[in-house]
Design a protein around this ligand. Structure first.
Ligand SMILES: [Zn+2]
Length: 318
């Protein structure tokens, strides 16, 4: 199963600004589901795994709030992050399916940002600007597979698990998928078109500035479009070179190499290639392209990556 970001073009933008000092960032949902579906599904259910919800929709909203709390307390920020979220029938079969997809709805550059020339995803750009760059519009769009567990879509897995306690068994842990998709929306992705190697409007994005091709021994920002296109397929040779990740990798990964690999399989996978950690990393990480059952609702190396791209972490975060 993969859970993927939205690969399409960035849409329109923005949020509400909150004045104040740096503290845990507030992440809220804009429920984009219709009546009686998804986050509004009135089907009665029994509370499960510390989730007290008594309808399917209520339980899903509770898991969203839990994921928002976990991410919100890991990052500092003064501007609320709004996530436009819904369930939808995503690509799926009995053996493989897309669990979710997410991405920023807009991006900005500004000479006053830490990198004066790079695109920043709107949720991060808002924190750097300390104001809402574009009011009344969401920052992140996220979708989750509405068909999971139904005939034809991984039916043997039994659907979503809505508990907080990790006792998902064979089911798919919704909280883990939410944490993963929030990661993409907050900045764990490149805007480079991997099929052409072209940067968005000819400008690097902040994530891209930390990618390094070991074969060509150059950062992605110094590659031509064609070189980036081939680097996106350079399996096992594209690394993250950022100080926070390097420091954290020594603590978290079993590997002795402190510059972790990105997922760059020889055959391009839209929505997965480049914008995930490589599957080979150990222990399994939240931002690998395929969900692993042993994940435990931690943000592992992802928090450090957020620091590298410009997020401020609360002082209490190690
Ligand atoms: Zn993903």
């Amino acid at each position: 199963m993969s859970h993927r970001r939205i690969a399409g073009p960035l849409g329109a933008l923005a949020v509400f600004s909150i004045a104040g000092s740096a503290k845990a960032v507030t992440i809220t949902i804009i429920n984009n589901d219709g009546a009686n579906t998804g986050f509004n599904d009135p089907t009665p259910v029994t509370p499960v795994g510390d989730n007290p919800g008594t309808t399917k929709g209520e339980q899903a909203l509770n898991v969203f709030k839990k994921a928002a709390e976990i991410w919100g307390s890991a990052l500092s920020g003064t501007v609320e992050v709004k996530v436009l979220a819904s369930f939808a029938p995503l690509q799926c079969s009995e053996t493989y399916g897309t669990l979710g997809s997410a991405g920023p709805m807009s991006a900005y550059y500004n000479p006053r940002f830490p990198n004066a020339s790079a695109w920043y995803p709107v949720a991060l750009a808002n924190q750097l600007a300390n104001r809402d760059m574009n009011t009344n519009q969401p920052d992140i769009q996220a979708q989750f597979n509405s068909e999971l567990g139904k005939p034809g879509c991984l039916s043997s897995r039994g659907g979503w698990y809505m508990g907080f306690d990790g006792n998902h068994g064979k089911r798919i842990d919704f909280l883990t998928v939410l944490l993963h998709e929030f990661g993409h929306g907050l900045g764990f992705l490149t805007f480079v078109d991997g099929t052409t190697g072209k940067e968005m409007s000819g400008r690097p994005d902040i994530y891209e500035t930390f990618l390094h091709d070991a074969t060509q021994d150059k950062p992605w920002t110094q590659l031509t479009d064609n070189q980036r296109k081939s680097s996106a397929l350079n399996n096992g040779n594209v690394r993250w070179e950022g100080p926070a990740v390097t420091a954290a990798a020594k603590e978290i990964l079993s590997s002795t190499t402190p510059t972790p690999l990105l997922y760059t399989p020889a055959k391009f996978e839209s929505g997965s290639s480049v914008s995930h950690w490589d599957k080979s990393l150990s222990p399994n990480l939240l931002m690998e392209p395929v969900i692993n059952g042993d994940l435990t609702h931690g943000l592992d190396l992802t928090t450090a990556l957020m620091k590298d791209i410009g997020w401020t972490l609360p002082a209490t975060t190690p």
